[in-house]
Design a protein around this ligand. Structure first.
Ligand SMILES: Cc1cc2nc3c(=O)[nH]c(=O)nc-3n(C[C@H](O)[C@H](O)[C@H](O)COP(=O)(O)O)c2cc1C
Length: 321
């Protein structure tokens, strides 16, 4: 398949995850062999008003292509302006969020709210396509609720508007993250559009990804929650899809090493206070399921300094020997 000028064979995308897929994490996934990563979702309005925190989210320096920046918003003109800013900051693909279910987003007509207003969704896409020279993709859900599934119709309209790739998270807004993703809709969308379709929802292993591709015919897959604490999954899945080979899971030594590297990058980009604060959740995810992890959870959450955090991480892994 192609995404603009990028040729890809059964690509495995790391999903946009707000609060997770920041520069530090993208770098870690890249070091471990991942190729296709999204930024966290970025507000169009905050970008055009040059909100310093938001501008920082667009730091794409030294990142390899494709640099996929996801934007969310509700107004076609502002989305177009924001897309230009993102392109100027180095984005080589712009993705539009039509799936975020959280009340604070949908109450502004953004994210999954666009599924209730196809005309507006298409106008936004069309404006963004016109505003930038780079390819534009869309990530969406099935529809607002079971009674209002719009993915196929919306997908076709977005294709007409010049969108070059669609990712479908096969749940409704009403479902949030509960229940099973309904992969059948990925197959239905794939049948009705010519542009590549990326399937998303409930891929927790390389085997799940292979199953989604064979069940739906989708061109590639996207992994969200499965990457939290497990940045290895992107490359392991890509290898499995290509060669049907199951690369070994990382051992404890490697886990600790990657965890430390990840933490060092967080400190570098966000400083001590925010770095330590954000590392807490990552450290809990990285150590989930390992021996005594529940006991250490409390210590991780109480770590106040980078020294405390490193000590706790070392203690956890030394107990695994
Ligand atoms: C913590 C968290 C943050 C998310 N942030 C975003 C986001 O910024 N943009 C987006 O399109 N989807 C976001 N999502 C949805 C995921 O990208 C993905 O579609 C969803 O988790 C389903 O895939 P999965 O079953 O592989 O997790 C988020 C999900 C989670 C759990």
């Amino acid at each position: 398949m192609k995404l603009g000028s990028y040729g890809m064979d059964k690509p495995v995308f790391m999903a946009p995850l707000a609060g997770v897929t920041d520069k530090a994490f993208r770098q870690i996934v890249r070091q471990l062999g991942g190729k296709y990563m999204y930024t966290e979702m970025i507000s169009d309005k905050a970008l055009i008003f040059h909100n310093p925190k938001t501008i920082k989210m667009l730091d794409l320096k030294e990142e390899e292509e494709p640099r996929i920046v996801q934007l969310f918003g509700s107004e076609p003109r502002i989305m177009g302006e924001a897309a230009k800013i993102a392109q100027n900051c180095g984005a080589t693909v712009i993705d539009i969020n039509m799936g975020c279910p959280t009340p604070k987003i949908v109450k502004n007509g953004e994210g999954a709210a666009l599924l209730k207003n196809i005309q507006s969704a298409v106008e936004i896409a069309s404006n963004v396509v016109k505003a930038v020279d780079v390819p534009v993709s869309v990530k969406m859900r099935l529809g607002w609720d079971r009674g209002n599934i719009v993915a196929v119709e919306l997908g076709r309209r977005l294709e007409e508007a010049g969108v070059v790739m669609l990712t479908l998270h096969a749940r409704t807004r009403e479902q949030y993250y509960a229940g099973e993703a309904d992969w059948e809709w990925i197959a239905k969308l794939k049948e009705k559009v010519k542009i590549p379709v990326i399937g998303n929802g409930d891929i927790c292993s390389p085997q799940d990804a292979a199953k989604m591709i064979s069940n739906t015919g989708c061109d590639g897959v996207m992994i969200g929650r499965g990457v939290m604490g497990n940045p290895w999954i992107i490359e392991r899945t890509a290898i499995f899809l290509k060669d049907h080979f199951s690369k070994q899971e990382p051992g404890n030594q490697e886990r600790l090493e990657v965890l430390r590297r990840h933490f060092a990058l967080l400190l570098k980009y966000k400083g001590e206070r925010i770095g330590v604060n954000e590392m807490r959740k990552h450290a809990v995810w990285y150590t989930k399921g390992i021996r005594h992890s529940a006991r250490f959870r409390d210590q991780i959450m109480k770590s106040e300094t980078s020294r405390d955090m490193v000590q706790v991480m070392e203690r956890i892994f030394s107990e695994q020997e």
